[in-house]
Design a protein around this ligand. Sequence first.
Ligand code: 9UX
Length: 71
Amino acid sequence: MKHENLSVKGMTCASCVASVEKATAKLEGITNVNVNLTTEKLTFDYDMDKVSIEDVKKAVKAVGYEVLTET
Ligand code: 9UX
């Protein structure tokens, strides 16, 4: 498993956090999802054989938030 850190923009409340958590946690190969409203960070562990970072970003965008890879 690899650990990854993404920035999520546009979350303003606890429901936003829940939406992002739900959308990402349901993807196959993702575990330990954590979304922090204050820092705008999405962290998770993932299995590269099952899911890609692009898949995760798509899932976040699909529920209405901007997502950026940490640099
Ligand atoms: Mo409530 Mo968070 O509409 O966008 S889910 S503020």
